[in-house]
Write a protein that binds this ligand. Structure first.
Ligand code: ADP
Ligand code: MG
Length: 403
């Protein structure tokens, strides 16, 4: 390959016969388009797609496995890429080239055909079209990467915010039974009979169990495996509610938990975070007390099995005019005590786990809000992409649509 700085995107010319390759790449370099030439399409396969502005291929380069290498390049492109290919055809080349050129036309979406001998202006204008199209693709990719990175930073910051709130809750929750435990031990110490000491001791054990239960559920939040697995959603819901029990008592919120055994194939830690977000919102919505309903059951929708998880509150409801903004980043009505990331992240998490998040709300009496998470009970048929890849391609679709 002719010398070019490694980090410069370039056109790659594949022309195995004669001096065509050198002449074309020399002409492109002279016209301000970085280009290098190779002897076989296979050599272009090793180049990072982002470093390719386009391929200029003579039809005889499609012989001897060239068409297969071209297909591999085209089919392995990342989602943002639509690599321009300029195919130089000629009636004078080996038989079979025409058929391969037709095959290339079917396989490559951005194919420009040029008949040889080519006029320089024709080649230059085709190169210009390819270059502009490629620049646009690279811009969309850069914007998508930036968006993805800032989304990632927000995900992390919301995770930290939730963790911070949990630590505060933990201290608060542990404090009450700890105080009770201290009092009970004092009573045991000062009991006049063994029987009296025994009954105080029994109560102390209960308080102790309560503390260890709170600590365990908080630890689960941080220790959940990072990979999807079959998760007992009812147990997950119970565990998440445990973290709020003190707050529920303080606010005179009654809990109604009804659950049937239902499994979701999901990332347990992520769903726990989504649930903590929803329950936290429900608790925030019931400042004057109310009822928190949590319901888990297996359901079948269109032949697909799901675990359905409902979090409902009897708060004031969500006004119609703010509903379209609920899932936007930073939308909050809680001033500095809210982050406005909870619902955005909750929907993101649920969708990343192959599920759906729905809600309904009413502000007129009896008011309240219901959030429902559907989690698929079985793994996806295809191997799921890594979160990073999947997230990036979803971000790419959004950014590309907006540009
Ligand atoms: P935050 O809780 O930090 O405000 P969220 O994204 O979790 O951010 O929620 C965004 C907004 O949606 C809240 O500020 C609130 O106005 C509204 N909201 C969410 N859940 C409920 C609910 N259960 N009842 C009433 N309003 C809600
Ligand atoms: Mg919230």
């Amino acid at each position: 390959m002719s010398e070019l700085a490694a980090n410069v995107p370039r056109f790659v010319v594949v022309a195995p016969l004669g001096r065509d390759g050198d002449l074309i790449s020399g002409f492109l370099n002279g016209s301000g388009y970085p280009a290098a030439c190779v002897g076989h399409v296979r050599e272009a396969e090793g180049i990072d797609c982002a470093m390719l502005l386009g391929l200029i291929v003579t039809d005889e380069a499609l012989l001897r496995g060239g068409i297969d290498a071209l297909k591999r390049i085209v089919h392995s492109q990342p989602v943002w890429s639509d690599l321009p290919v300029i195919l130089l055809t000629s009636t004078a080349t080996e038989p079979g080239c025409a058929a391969l050129a037709s095959e290339a036309r079917l396989e490559v979406r951005s194919l420009i055909l040029l008949d040889r001998p080519i006029r320089k202006e024709m080649l230059l204008s085709a190169i210009q079209v390819a270059f502009n199209a490629r620049q646009k693709q690279l811009q969309v990719r850069d914007a998508a990467v930036k968006q993805f990175q800032s989304d990632e930073a927000l995900r992390k910051s919301e995770h930290l915010a939730v963790a911070g709130r949990l630590v505060a809750t933990l201290a608060h929750e542990v404090n009450n039974p700890l105080e009770a435990l201290g009092n009970l031990l004092f009573l045991v110490e000062n009991s006049s009979t063994l029987e009296e000491a025994h009954s105080f001791g029994q109560l102390a054990v209960k308080e102790f169990q309560r503390i260890s239960e709170i600590v365990n559920h908080t630890l689960k939040f941080h220790r959940a495996p990072a990979k999807p697995s079959f998760t007992d959603v009812a147990e997950l819901a119970m565990s998440a509610v445990t973290l709020f029990r003190g707050k529920l008592r303080e606010r005179h919120i009654r809990e109604r938990i009804t659950s049937e055994r239902a499994f979701g194939y999901c990332n347990e830690g992520e769903i726990r975070q989504a649930l903590v977000n929803l329950i936290g919102n429900a608790v925030d919505a019931m400042r004057e007390g109310g009822i928190l309903r949590i319901h888990v059951m297996p359901v079948s929708v269109g032949g697909v099995e799901y675990a359905r998880l409902t979090v409902a509150d009897t708060g004031a409801g969500i006004r119609k005019e703010i509903r379209p903004q609920l899932f936007r980043q930073f939308f909050t009505t809680k001033g500095s005590s809210g982050t406005g990331l909870g619902l955005w992240l909750t929907r993101d998490i649920v969708e990343r786990n192959g599920g759906k998040l729905k809600f309904r709300s009413r502000t007129e009496s009896p008011s309240g809000t219901v959030f429902v998470i559907y989690l698929p009970s079985t793994p996806p048929v295809e191997q799921p992409k890594s979160v990073q890849e999947g997230g990036q391609s979803a971000t790419f679709q959004k950014v590309a649509a907006a540009m």
